[in-house]
Design a protein around this ligand. Structure first.
Ligand SMILES: CC(C)CC(=O)SCCNC(=O)CCNC(=O)[C@H](O)C(C)(C)COP(=O)(O)OP(=O)(O)OC[C@H]1O[C@@H](n2cnc3c(N)ncnc32)[C@H](O)[C@@H]1OP(=O)(O)O
Ligand SMILES: Nc1ncnc2c1ncn2[C@@H]1O[C@H](COP(=O)(O)OP(=O)(O)OP(=O)(O)O)[C@@H](O)[C@H]1O
Ligand SMILES: O=C(O)CCC(=O)C(=O)O
Ligand SMILES: [Fe+2]
Ligand SMILES: [Mg+2]
Length: 334
């Protein structure tokens, strides 16, 4: 156990001592953190996370909450997904992505062709996920009270075609985001059915959020790789990995610097999850020119130009400001 962890435990014991004395112990915790500014950097005191949960997120960069979303809600998301795949509804701005090997072979109809929906913010039925009170309650512990839903996805990981393209390479989500600070951004990812090693659950490197944003590019995979699935160029292959096996409705909240990916889907079912990346609306946009994010920014601008028929006056930042939706509090900056 590191010294930093020992200090955190001291602080959290103060916080936990008694409900009646929360205020007083918070003052004493602040006195401690005055000498150690790094204490409780990643979470906020909103009274939702227990001291143990705060400690776990600070240390690991993720926290798993079991059964946070009801079966009824998930069944509704699934129905809406099926309607979209059957083209019964048209959603403005929605990106329907096909697995690279399926897209490059014969045409397959319906949901069997779809690997991911991205930017569902204009679909009220799916967007219900992003405003579920029990999700926002947790999100506020990371972002604070002003909350934007920045990025929305429904992932339908297909059975692998044998080319291993159903994998998602290890990456940090912050690579895609031109806004900061990273600690006020969080991803909420909910399993829509049982996810396990066999169907390609999330794989995380606990504690990797303590590091910096790393260089990403396309992995050198023989069977090909999906568009924009960049991976961390070099990460420590000896870093401990955790496979997040989850039941329907279980939800993981994770930090945008946490290195994560997902394995092959070796079953014949489509592994479904729904997610939203939230940021504090007090965050600010950054210029990524000359940084490791410049390559992805150019790739996104190129796609946006094709999709919306706009010229390159639309910036990488604009593509995010257009998609972001306020879900709680005030839109102060983003
Ligand atoms: C934190 C978070 C942001 C992390 C992430 O989500 S990482 C992944 C981010 N993913 C994305 O942003 C989705 C990007 N995908 C897209 O924009 C679209 O699906 C496109 C790749 C542009 C394809 O859309 P669209 O043009 O409508 O599809 P088409 O069927 O007409 O195909 C056009 C050409 O693209 C190819 N294609 C389609 N899907 C993929 C794919 N998954 N990977 C690689 N290539 C693909 C397709 O074969 C076709 O190529 P050609 O026949 O022109 O050579
Ligand atoms: N050669 C590789 N280079 C980069 N990332 C990889 C490579 N192989 C696997 N990964 C990534 O590691 C994570 C785990 O994938 P993997 O397919 O090894 O799953 P797994 O659950 O560990 O299964 P298995 O038990 O078969 O190893 C995924 O994010 C995957 O994309
Ligand atoms: O559901 C998955 O496989 C992970 C997706 C993911 O990490 C992402 O799109 O950023
Ligand atoms: Fe991710
Ligand atoms: Mg493996």
């Amino acid at each position: 156990m590191s010294r930093a962890t020992d200090r955190l435990k001291v602080v959290l014991n103060h916080l936990d001592r008694s409900h009646g004395a929360v205020r007083a112990s918070f003052t004493s915790a602040q006195n401690v953190s005055y000498h150690h500014p790094q204490v409780l950097q990643y979470t906020l005191d909103t009274g939702v996370l227990t001291p143990e949960q705060r400690l776990a997120y600070e240390e690991n960069g993720f926290i798993l909450i079991r059964k946070l979303v009801s079966d009824q809600d998930i069944d509704r998301f699934r129905k809406e997904f099926e309607r979209i795949c059957k083209r019964e509804v048209k959603v403005p701005g929605l990106v329907v992505m096909r697995d690279v090997t399926i897209a490059k072979s014969e045409y397959v109809e319906g949901e069997k062709a779809v690997t991911k929906l991205q930017d569902y913010q204009e679909d009220p039925e799916l967007f219900r996920y992003c405003i579920l009170p029990q999700i926002l309650k947790y999100v506020e512990s990371f972002t604070g009270p002003n909350i934007m839903a920045m990025h929305t996805m429904l992932i339908n990981k297909p059975p692998d075609t044998g080319k291993k393209t159903s994998r998602h390479p290890m990456h940090q989500d912050l690579h895609y985001f031109p806004f900061r600070p990273a600690d006020r951004i969080v991803c909420s990812w909910t399993a829509m059915e049982k996810v396990h090693r066999g169907n390609g659950c999330l794989v995380v490197l606990p504690g990797s959020h303590h590091g910096t944003l790393l260089e990403h590019d396309y992995p050198q995979w023989e069977g090909g790789v999906n568009k924009m699935y960049h991976g961390v160029r070099d990460y420590d292959p000896n870093h401990p990995r955790v496979h997040l096996e989850m039941e329907k409705g279980d939800t993981v909240f994770f930090h945008p610097l946490l290195i994560h990916g997902s394995g092959m889907n070796q079953t014949d079912g489509f592994r479904k999850a729904i997610s939203c990346h939230y940021a504090s609306s007090d965050c600010y946009y950054i210029d990524v020119k000359g940084t490791t994010q410049e390559i992805i920014s150019n790739e996104v601008k190129e796609l946006a130009a094709k999709k919306y028929g706009v010229d390159d006056s639309v910036t990488f930042q604009d593509t995010w400001a257009l998609r972001g939706r306020l879900v709680q509090g005030d839109r102060t900056s983003m």
